[in-house]
Structure formats: C-alpha cells, structure tokens
Design a binder for this molecule. Structure first.
Ligand code: C2G
Length: 761
C-alpha cells in the first residue's frame, strides 16, 4: 500500500457538502493504491454519506474527550501505507494529487522522508474550483469530458487514442515539473503553511521509528510542535509548487466556522504557547532561532494590534510569560533591529510592565506615522470619524441618501427624497452622496437650498454619515463605518431577489471569503429593511439572516412612479432621451455574471444580442434601448447602429426606461419584478441558463415554470417572440396574472408614504 489518507473528524454536526467534496476527491484519484482512515465519534450520518458515495474507508471510533492530536495519532498507528497524508474532512485533493505524490517520491529515490504539495485556499466547491482552473481540462476527469465533447461532435475517434493523447499530455507535464529540496530552517520563513500539517506527505516508518506523534494538547495549534520536531529530524523537504491540496475556506463563518475561523479569545496566547512548546523539540539551533523570530514577529505585528493588547495588561501578561520563556531558550544568536531590541529584551528579562509601556509607545508612534502619511487619507478619515465626529451631537433634521454606492441618483432613496421635498413641510436638511454632480444638473429638486451634494469618501462623507439622523441607502454601507445608537439606517435594498443571495448562496464565486460575515455584520446596523412583497420578506429573513420584525413589507418606493406616472410624462421622457416618437422601444436590461470580470467590482459584459439581425428584421417598427447593470465597466460600441440602438447604461433612473419601453428583454436581473407592474410583455434571453443556474447562483423561483414570459436561448427565438408579441402575451396571460398577484400586489403608488410615516418621524 502506497498511501494512507488520514481524515480526523471531530464533533457531531457536519456540513454534507464539504464532506462530499472531500470523499469525491478521493473517489476520483487517478492513482488507486491508497487506503482511507476516517477517525470520528461514530456518527451514523457520516458513515452513511461515505457509504452512499461508494468510498471504502477504515472507520476508527474515537471518544468525544479525545483531542485532535489523539485522532491523528490513532490514524498514524492504524495506517498501513508507506506514506501518510493528513486531509481535513472539509478539504479536498486534486484528482491527480496521489499520482503526483508517487512521482515525486520515485524521483527522489529515498533521499527525503517528508514531501509537500502546493496548497491553495478556495471558497468554492470542488467542481467550481476545478472548472476555474485552466488546467482542469487536461487533468482529473478530463477523459470523460473530452469523451463527451467528441461524442457530441460526432467525431469517430477510438477511446484508446484519446486516452493515449491525454496520458501523453499528463506525463509531459510531470517530466517538466521541478521539485525543490528545501532545508527546514529556510522553509520556516514561509510561515503561512509551514505550520500546518495539511498538504504534507510523511514516510510512515520515519514517523514511527522516531516516535514522531502529535504530542500537544493545544486544541488550535497542535500542528506546530509536531512539525517542528519533524523539521528538526529531517535534512530537507521535497516539495512541489503545483497546487494539489485545496484548503477549503468556509464562506459562512457565522453559521459554520472552520477551526481557523472560530472565535477563540485565547487564540493569540495559544499560538505563542504552541511555539514555546515546539522549542522543546528543537535541537537545531538555527531552526530554534527561526522559531524565536517567528514568535517575536507575531508579537510585534499581530499581538500589539489585538484588542487584548489594547484593553488589558493582565491578559497580555499571559502572552508575555510564554514569550519570556521562548526568548530564554537556547538558539543561534538573534540579530534584532535596533528599533525592536529594547522592547524584546525587556520581555526577555521579565520586565513585563516596561515592555508593555514600550510597545504601547511604539504602537502610538506607528499610528501617528500612519496618520500623517499623505497617502493614508482613508486611515485619517476613519480615525477622525471614530474619535471626533462621533462626539458631536446627532442632527435630527438631517437625512443622508445614497443609491448604488453614489453612482446614481435613482432607486428608492431618490423616491423617498422626492416625496419628502414635495409633500413634507418639515424643515429637513437633505444630503446626497453623488460622485458626479453632472448627473443631476437638470433635476429641479437639487435647486432647493436645503439640498446638499457630497462625494463618497470625501471628508464631508465621514462627517455626515456620523451626524445625520437618517441614512437611506440601497446597498451596504462600508464595513468599517461607525454607527451611533441613535442613528437610523434605512436599507431599501435594490430588487426582489431571483438569484440566490448571501446565506442562501452555496458558493460565492465573485466575492471574498469574508463576504457572508461582512454582510451579516453590516446588516446588523440597519434599523429597517424594505421588502417589496411577502416573498422578498421571507428571503431576506433567510438570506440576510435579518430579523423579520425590522422588515417593512410595504412595496418599493422606487416603483410608485410606475403606478403614478402620466402619459405626458412618458412622452416627455421619450423626447428627453432622444428616442423617435414614431417607433416602439425594446428595452434590453441584463444582469452581471459573477465569473466575468476585469478586476474586483469591474465586470465584463459581452453583448449576445445580434443587433444586425434585429435591425434588419425590426428596424422599421422598433428601436432598442440598451441598459447594462451598474457593475459593468465595459463601454458599449454602437457605431454603425445609430438611430436604432441607444446606450442608456449611464442614465440615472431605469424607471424612465421602463416607462418609455414597449417590451422588456432581460435575463436573471430582478428588473422584471418591477417591470411587471406595468403589465407590458417580458422576454427572457437566457443564453447561458445552465451555467448561471448551476454553477453561479441558483434561483429562488422555478424559471422554467413561474416566469411571466418565455425563456429564449437564441437570437432567432428573441426575434420570433418580438414579431409575434401578441401571441406571447396570449400564451403567458395567466402566468403573468399569477406573477403580478404574487410579486406586485403591494405596488399601489403609495409605498414612499408608508415608509416615511413609519421611519422618518
Ligand atoms: N439594474 C439596472 N440595469 C440593469 C440591471 C439592473 O439599472 N441592466 C438595477 C435595477 O434597479 C435592479 C437592480 O439594479 O432592480 C438590481 O439588479 P440585478 O440585476 O437584480 O442584480 P443585483 O445588483 O445582483 O441585485 O435582490 C436584488 C438582486 O437579487 C440583486
């Protein structure tokens, strides 16, 4: 037996999806010479899941009182493989991981006892991660993929030929691949992964002969002493940079934190004591120096920034005691910089109060330096907000508004503002966050002397977000924004959800791994959240984990105008937009794709509508208004389509486009929930439905059954539907009515009034 995979699972509840990823990744290994040892407390669910997925496993029953170290040690003892690998039950391996491992070991010819895979963090499940990887096609389940491609293309190629080609590609890669031998003391410089046991491959005999077990009872960092003892007994580690171990970062650290994400007040202390414990096993003086430096750096840059350090000498003292013991253990000479010598020596000599005082002064000095650096404007603003602006009294007459992060003058914040200006005679001071003043140049309401415009993240922004009584916004406020208790944040949100949101999303393809946690914390600061209908209310409860009692299910203020507008308003807007009065208008308003972006927040969009075809076939009767989502940063080139296609992506208010148009084409955007209020035809151009539905987001409603219009997959289908729009209306009459009754029933034109009566007192 070549490999033993040791999987410890401590605890009772488990996330099925994570475990499935792990188990499947073992089922899909291209090398079969391995056994799996699963250590757990005999959970029947867990055993069933593994059996259901057809993985052969040696189950080892552990007790609740056993530590993680006990689990892993039992794994080492039960293992029969020549090499052992520790895999966490929520992580997974690349399908070729073991094949690579074998290759590395063979090439190394017995020189090393310890090997290591490249490791990568991912917050996506296995399929999505592998799909994202450029190499995926040639690796792992590539064969089946290639086979299905060829089958679909109806090309007659023998299976063996395909297999040969793939193997050829695979082998070439292996041969070209370089492995490095690295000395442990050098190795330790990369601290991130050299302290975690994942992704290492150990020769079992080497562990047993040298009695290398997990000896620490430290529940968070037992890996550290274990690995140090190993580093100490090994000449070099053979590693590949190829990322074959996938460390799964839980997206939902609120409901389902991993060990690293769990809140532990004593985390810093545990880490330092693990380093101290590790030094006990460290005979190599250079390695010991490296360990000490790592502890010193941890103190200098991490501990002093923690709340524990800022708030309490007594708590910090516990960390000092460990550090003192570390610094007094033997090692090669430390060469500390002058700046830090004084501070570290005080700890070493046990003058802990003195060390605390010096460190405090250093931190203050550092903060003052940060504060004065010209490029650190944001840092200064945050500090001044927190320490000065919050001391000022709240202004009860001031209302702050923001729509789509200051990019637009639109959506519900606009309608609430307009309603107050036109109907409320109290003496409000209105402040709008708008990055570009030009967009409101022609808006009458901004001529009012009580209306002020400020820039997002300018100094005035920090002032007004702290002293305004009300803050009305349709997305999230920055996570570092400090909110006072007597301020009221009204979140209008920006649409009835179709795509799954936050806690209802399995994968978060586009956002960072803290997305769910950040969203949770930010939304705790909203006093109210508006829902357009009961359906949205229920989703917000689960997707945002937002308390039901603070949800105002009143209809959307932004949609009042869809009910209240007049014919002359429609004509006026059409003229203002420069659209020919003699032609009907098709509005195309698609959403953004999580996986198509230039950089964070800048999304791409490739127009899939065939404008040539549409102009050719419909140009006499229609023009087309194109409206990209506000995340899309690409500009559209409509040269050659003048007088037929118009780009209104930068136009403030999509409601005007709804009003002037005669038919809407969209995809997975929430725009159709609003458009349906107008009872005009809606077409869904969903050319990438499968990808969107399965890989990216998933939907709340059954798009095959419950939409108020047809799903169209090609330009010809779109064209056909527009040509036969009366027939489409007829076919969807009933569905449209059901849809209207379920989602638009509250939109009576008075939502703004209801909201203001409740919130703005
Ligand atoms: N929007 C727009 N133009 C588009 C698409 C959207 O002006 N081409 C505006 C609409 O007001 C829409 C809102 O942005 O209601 C939200 O857009 P979505 O496409 O639904 O996408 P997203 O921003 O991800 O919103 O719960 C709301 C949605 O589920 C999430």
């Amino acid at each position: 037996m070549k490999f033993s995979i040791i999987i410890p699972f401590k605890g009772n509840g488990f996330n099925e999806k994570y475990l499935e990823n792990c188990v499947d990744s073992l089922n899909q290994q291209t090398l079969s010479d391995f056994e799996v040892i699963f250590l757990h407390n005999n959970s029947a669910d867990l055993v069933n899941l593994i059996n259901d997925r057809g993985l052969k496993v040696n189950h080892v029953k552990m007790n609740d009182s056993d530590s993680l170290s006990d689990y892993r040690n039992s794994g080492i003892n039960k293992a029969r493989g020549e090499y052992v690998i520790f895999l966490d039950a929520d992580d997974y391996l690349h399908p070729n991981a073991l094949t690579y491992a074998q290759e590395m070991i063979n090439e190394n010819k017995g020189y090393c006892n310890v090997f290591k895979f490249g490791i990568t963090k991912t917050n996506l499940d296995k399929t999505s991660t592998l799909n994202k990887s450029k190499r995926a096609f040639f690796e792992g389940d590539s064969f089946t993929k290639l086979e299905s491609v060829l089958n679909n293309a109806d090309i007659d190629v023998k299976q063996d030929t395909i297999k040969q080609i793939i193997n050829g590609m695979f082998e070439k890669k292996l041969i070209n691949h370089k492995y490095n031998n690295i000395r442990p003391s050098k190795y330790l410089k990369n601290l991130n992964y050299s302290f975690r046991v994942h992704s290492f491959i150990f020769k079992r005999e080497f562990l047993i002969d040298n009695h290398l077990y997990f000896k620490s009872t430290n529940n968070l960092y037992s890996d550290i002493p274990f690995l140090i003892e190993i580093y100490n007994k090994t000449e070099s580690i053979n590693q590949t940079a190829t990322k074959l171990y996938y460390k799964y970062i839980h997206n939902d650290s609120i409901n389902d934190p991993s060990l690293t994400q769990e809140q532990h007040d004593d985390r810093l202390l545990k880490r330092v004591s693990a380093l101290n414990e590790a030094l006990k096993y460290c005979y190599d003086m250079k390695l010991a120096r490296q360990l000490k430096l790592s502890a010193i750096n941890y103190y200098l840059y991490k501990v002093v920034k923690s709340n524990i350090f800022v708030d309490s000498y007594v708590e910090t003292r516990k960390i000092y005691t460990e550090l003192n013991s570390i610094l007094n253990k033997p090692s090669a000479a430390l060469d500390l910089s002058k700046r830090h010598k004084y501070e570290i020596n005080a700890i070493k000599k046990g003058k802990l109060k003195k060390a605390y005082a010096i460190s405090k002064t250093r931190v203050l000095g550092y903060k003052a330096y940060q504060f004065s650096k010209p490029k650190n404007q944001r840092f200064r603003q945050k500090k001044i907000q927190k320490n000065i602006f919050t001391k000022l009294p709240i202004k009860n007459d001031t209302i702050l508004y923001e729509s789509f992060l200051g990019k637009n003058y639109s959506d519900s914040p606009k309608k609430i503002f307009k309603y107050l200006i036109e109907n409320d005679n109290r003496d409000w001071k209105h402040v709008w966050i708008l990055n570009n003043k030009e967009i409101i140049e022609n808006e009458e309401e901004f001529k009012n002397k009580n209306v002020k415009i400020i820039k997002r993240f300018g100094w005035k922004y920090f002032y007004y977000v702290t002293i305004s009584k009300y803050f009305v916004l349709n997305m999230r406020q920055p996570k570092w924004l400090y909110k006072k208790d007597d301020q009221v944040i009204l979140s209008t949100w920006h649409g009835t959800p179709l795509k799954r949101l936050v806690f209802d999303m399995e994968n978060v393809t586009s956002a960072n791994k803290n997305y769910k946690k950040d969203f949770y914390n930010q939304s705790r600061n909203w006093n109210y959240l508006i829902a357009a209908n009961k359906y949205s209310e229920e989703i917000f409860e689960s997707a945002f984990m937002y308390p039901k009692e603070n949800i105002l299910t009143y209809g959307y203020p932004r949609n009042d105008i869809l009910t209240n507008h007049t014919k002359s308003y429609k004509n006026m807007v059409k003229e203002k937009l420069g659209l020919p009065s003699s032609k009907k208008v098709i509005l195309y308003a698609p959403t953004w794709r999580d996986d198509e972006f230039h950089s964070a927040g800048n999304y791409k969009f490739k127009l899939q509508l065939d404008l040539d075809l549409l102009r050719e076939e419909l140009g006499n009767e229609y023009v087309i208004a194109l409206r990209m989502h506000y995340f899309i940063s690409d500009n559209m080139d409509l040269t050659g389509f003048e007088s037929f296609a118009y780009d209104f992506s930068k136009y403030n208010d999509i409601n005007d486009l709804y009003i002037v148009s005669d038919v809407l084409i969209t995809d997975y955007s929430s725009v159709f929930f609003d458009y349906a209020i107008l009872k005009k035809p809606i077409l869904f151009y969903t050319y990438d439905l499968d990808k969107y539905k399965n890989m990216l987001r998933g939907f709340y409603i059954d798009v095959n059954k419950d939409l108020p219009g047809p799903l169209l997959l090609s330009n010809n289908e779109v064209l056909d539907s527009i040509k036969n729009i009366d027939k489409v209306n007829e076919n969807f009459k009933e569905k449209y009515e059901d849809f209207y009754n379920k989602y638009c029933y509250l939109e009576d034109g008075s939502a703004s009034k209801r909201i203001i009566n409740t919130v703005i007192k």
